[in-house]
Write a protein that binds this ligand. Sequence first.
Ligand SMILES: Cc1ncc(COP(=O)(O)O)c(C=O)c1O
Length: 391
Amino acid sequence: MNYPFLMLSNNRKKRDEIFKELDSLQQRDFSFSSGHILGSMCTQPHPIAHEAYIRFLETNLGDPELCPGTKEIESRFIAFISKLLHAPKTAVGQIVSGGTEGNITAIWIAKQLSGKHDVVLPESAHFSFQKIASLMDMKLMEVPLTNDYIMDIQQMKKKIHKDTAAVIGIAGSTELGAIDPIPEMSEICTDEHLFFHVDAAFGGFVIPFLKELRYKVPDFDFQLKGVCSVSIDSHKMGFSAIPLGTLMIRQRQWLDCISVESPYISSEKQSGILGTRSGAPVAAAYAVARYLGHTGYRNMVKSCMDVTKYTEEQITELGLSPVIKPTMNVLGVKLKKPSRIVKKLFEQGWRVNKVDRLSCIRLVLMPQITKQIIDEFIPVLQKTCEEEGEL
Ligand SMILES: Cc1ncc(COP(=O)(O)O)c(C=O)c1O
């Protein structure tokens, strides 16, 4: 095609001007590659994700018959996730933009199937459930946590009643990476015939490999017969590009209750929240999954856990303490004034997150964080804590 407006070379000056503006604004961003983002659950995408992403920029999986090849990539990727989570043959996968959309979609299904309005969830659940309550006019029945910061089963039983639409278990909490007692919750939900959704947005790409590395972690996936759906994010520990998550659903036909007829496009029905959606993050996530494979992910998780242990040792040596012994690569560090420390670290070019509720800061030891980066960070943390009277 030779349309003049497509030819960047026709107006090189304008192109250069635009990139100058974009580049200068981008310079204000923190980058994962700098290693200075220690508080995010997202990651510097694997290089193969980067390459795959840009090749699929113009694809639209909302109109899949326009891109049967990309649709096949999506099917292959879902097959990978399905295997990882031991999903049964009856299961179906729905690509979503991340944990928020995965949780919304799961609870939408639970509400449609049950016609009920209450969601029983631990206090540690991600704030996306607040959005769910508001969007779908549902009531959140929050359950207090045990001393290990996981769902208290006895308290949970008390919250279940005749208007319960769903129970939520967290497999890798946002604050501390803690894993709820999913097997016990699954049993209760089976007995009570309740929809049980597991939010494994972070832990889904960690727990299967922790098990293989002989860490003691509970089962959390479709091996447990009470588990109805699981959300898992590739843009977190899947080491891929934003935005990509998958919601795996035990029974294909459950998707029907959130499907609509889709005139104007080539497929007959569309399920889920989004219409137009890019195939680029799907191609990226599939490329990473193919490139790393099961063994590659296991090695990555091992390395993240090594760095986590190292960081825990370093902060303990400083005289600070973890909130809990880390279950996965998330480390809460107790502080008297976390907001103050986060602000001071920010001024020195380091991004960590605070959890006021637990009076701690949260470090997430993602794949790009090495022991060398921790060695750079610890003296800064020490000095800051000394200046602020934490040490
Ligand atoms: C456990 C959990 N669920 C859901 C989410 C929301 O994910 P997203 O921001 O990708 O929508 C997060 C985000 O950190 C999370 O940790």
